[in-house]
Design a binder for this molecule. Structure first.
Ligand SMILES: [Zn+2]
Length: 365
């Protein structure tokens, strides 16, 4: 898995690479040798997930809508932020649970409110009076094999109340906790209804080559495949019922500016065949690596033909580009790179100096 971002000029910069280290498989095997499921109430909070501001108290927003995206969260920095190449990838492209919690509190304090991406893309965002709209998205909500044992979550799961949690594996077994973006946002909105307009939470962008949401629904020959599909569908139903929406992040997560139209057709067909039956139809497409196409590209025609009319790339300013039957929305990446390079631009959202976990990242401060 590789993470890149695109500059405004369209040049794609290779920013880092996550590669499976030789020992990670061993760690994974050891940790999953004796699977014991137990739920840890101390860190699993019951959530009333539909808290939101009534529509009658929302006002129309005129102007651009900001959009921030994250990856799944680093739960154990001591396992993730190593000196290995993948460790640098985590430092560059991920944030920790503590950093994300701090960011949410500051977003709220600074007047931001989560809005639905489709409303934002159509210029129909609305917010409580005096507040500002924000689209939140999370990329690669797949819990890839090469990240699981390195201090990140293993999959999403439903607790005994039906709330969405993250499954962690460690030497003591398997636990459902709140240590990931979805449960943290659910809990925060529950306690801060002004933070959500129209019940919106965020956009979950998923690939397909290792299934979705940590469920390997791509492995159709697995003996427990139907149970895997059932778990994934139950998660999707709960997520959609509580304000989350889905986006295609492609099936294979390759740089699509470098592939043929035929290859893109194959990839989109795979997503439609394997992902859409699980997560449902969506008109939102999040370019892998943020690497998008010119608005008049035949690849835009192809994506539109698959129903994708809201396309997300990456930039450091909020911008909607409308044309050729689609709307392209920019997003800001929130991670170690933007903490380092964009503290001034991010100041209206949060104060990097009080958010970034310098100790966990090994940064002298
Ligand atoms: Zn990605």
């Amino acid at each position: 898995m590789t993470f890149r971002t695109a500059t405004r000029t369209g040049a794609v910069i290779l920013l880092g690479a996550l590669v499976a280290s030789g020992c990670s498989g061993g760690i994974a095997e050891r940790r999953s040798a004796k699977p014991v499921r137990r739920i840890v109430p101390a860190t699993s909070v019951r959530v009333a997930t539909t808290a939101s501001v009534p529509a009658s108290r929302l006002v129309a927003w005129k102007g651009p809508v900001e959009h921030l995206f994250f990856h799944t969260l680093v739960i154990h920095p001591e396992l993730a932020f190593t000196s290995a190449p993948i460790g640098q990838g985590f430092r560059d492209w991920f944030v920790t649970v503590g950093e994300f919690r701090a960011i949410l509190h500051q977003l709220y304090a600074n007047g931001w409110t989560l809005v639905d991406i489709n409303r934002a893309a159509r210029g129909l965002a609305r917010v409580p009076p005096g507040r500002r709209p924000l689209v939140l998205s999370e990329d690669d909500v797949n819990y890839y094999d090469d990240t699981r044992a390195l201090g990140l979550g293993w999959k999403l799961g439903l607790d005994t109340h039906g709330d969405v949690k993250v499954e962690e594996h460690d030497l003591f077994g398997t636990h459902l906790t709140d240590h990931d973006l979805v449960p943290i946002v659910d809990e925060f909105v529950s306690g801060h209804p002004l933070f959500s307009a129209d019940g919106a939470k965020g956009v979950l962008a998923v690939t397909g080559y290792e299934g979705v949401l940590g469920e390997r629904v791509n492995d159709r020959t697995a003996p427990d495949w139907s149970a895997t599909v059932a778990r994934a569908k139950a998660l999707v139903a709960r997520l959609r019922a509580t304000g989350w929406t889905f986006a295609s992040h492609s099936y294979a997560h390759v740089d699509e500016t470098k592939v043929s139209v035929a290859r893109l057709m194959h990839d989109s067909t795979e997503w439609k065949t394997e992902d859409e039956p699980i997560v449902g139809p969506t008109d939102v497409y999040v370019y892998p690596y943020g690497a998008g196409f010119p608005i008049d590209s035949p690849k835009i025609d192809l994506l539109r033909g698959f129903g994708f009319t809201v396309l997300c790339d990456i930039d450091v300013v909020p911008r909607l580009t409308v044309g050729n039957g689609v709307t392209v929305m920019t997003r800001r990446h929130i991670d170690g790179v933007s903490f380092a390079d964009q503290p001034t631009a991010l100041a209206k959202f949060f104060d990097v100096s009080t958010v970034e976990d310098y100790a966990a990242r090994g940064i002298m401060h």
